[in-house]
Design a protein around this ligand. Structure first.
Ligand code: FMN
Length: 329
């Protein structure tokens, strides 16, 4: 019998922080792992600062495992982070080899390390010997070229990392263009560690197409698709039975609003976080442009509350269904 797929919520700097994870997991089902945005600046000889520890949040969120992520090119820093996480009860950490932004990549961090397999090897040599909890990696196919991964595959295989998530783009691309299915396919045929697919799953039909293309893959990391339609994991697992999705989303977004206000001690910066999230969520309404325009211009709490009421009164939640129908044919 086919195993049910595993669905992971991708890490998003600025969005999938502790507050979002608590509220998301309270309202939606179907996700098997929740990834934190990447952590940096873990210093020797110090305890994990209270703010960082608070951002790590709970080890499980409503029964869903939380996976802390680190962005670093320093083996000792990664080992220190894994020890902090282990002490807090986490069972896995994830190493970010995917961040594409030039200010990160130019310093050989994130996807900027992918052209340097010898550095990756050296770091894994130290880290794999010293880390007691599961160690997984998230990467792209390369930074300059999608062929860079082929020099890394023997290294990942040899070190037996616990899982490799591949976002099937290169760093230089940022988020443009399409995921490169040909090189992803070639890569998985050479990998002996468990692989997770990541990139551009926005609907059930996207998922079905990729699942047919990669029958050997059973774990899927989804970012923007879940931010836009939080029901997507349950839709994929055929466990979504909600009757009034619009009312459900309203309860979720209100809960998120109050959680961010509490988290920021009622600072207006909570509106900035919410607007960033609405950039994705608006995609699941019948007029994404108008919905986002309405929320984007608010600068006070009352304005935000009015804008959200207006959106739920005047627009319709369509979820990922429209894209699903249009490409199902
Ligand atoms: C604003 C933003 C922030 C992100 N932050 C992170 C991060 O902290 N760590 C990480 O590994 N990937 C990060 N990503 C990449 C996503 O996790 C994911 O790999 C990417 O969006 C592709 O998946 P998707 O097509 O399902 O969205 C970020 C992407 C965006 C757009």
């Amino acid at each position: 019998m086919e195993h049910p797929p595993k669905i992971y919520l991708a890490p998003f700097q600025g969005i999938t922080g502790a507050t979002y994870r608590v509220v998301y997991a309270r309202h939606f089902e179907g996700v098997d792992k929740l990834f934190t945005p990447f952590f940096t600046g873990i210093h020797k000889d110090s305890k994990l600062p209270a703010r960082k520890q608070a951002e790590l949040g709970n080890t499980f969120e409503n029964g869903v495992e939380v996976i802390p992520q680190i962005l670093s090119k320093d083996a000792d820093e990664i080992i220190l982070f894994s020890r902090f996480c282990e002490k807090l009860g986490f069972k896995e950490i994830n190493w970010n080899l995917g961040c594409p932004y030039p200010q990160v990549a130019n310093k050989k961090r994130g996807s900027g390390m992918l052209p340097f397999p010898e550095i990756v090897d050296e770091i894994l040599n130290k880290v794999m010997a010293e880390t007691a909890i599961r160690f997984t990696v998230k990467c792209r196919l390369g930074y300059f070229s999608p062929l860079e991964i082929f020099s890394l595959i023997p290294i990942f295989n040899r070190h037996k990392i616990d899982e490799l998530t591949i976002h099937a783009r290169i760093g230089k691309q940022l988020y443009s263009g399409e995921p490169d299915q040909k090189n992803f396919q070639n890569a998985i045929s050479q990998l002996t560690v468990p692989v997770v697919y990541n990139g551009d799953i926005f609907s059930l039909s996207d998922y079905n197409r990729l699942r047919n293309q990669y029958p050997a893959i059973n774990a899927w990391m989804i970012g923007r698709g879940i931010l836009a339609d939080p029901f997507l994991p349950a839709i994929i697992k055929c466990t979504h039975i909600g009757s009034d999705n619009q009312a459900h989303i309203r309860r979720f977004i209100d809960d998120l609003y109050f959680a961010y206000r509490k988290h920021t001690n009622d600072k207006l910066s909570s509106l900035g976080i919410l607007k960033e999230y609405w950039h994705y969520l608006a995609e699941s309404f019948n007029d994404p442009h108008q919905v986002f325009k309405k929320v984007k211009k608010v600068s006070r709490f009352e304005e935000y509350e009015d804008a959200v009421s207006f959106v739920f009164r005047e627009f319709e939640w369509v979820g990922s269904g429209i894209k699903q129908n249009s490409s199902d044919g």
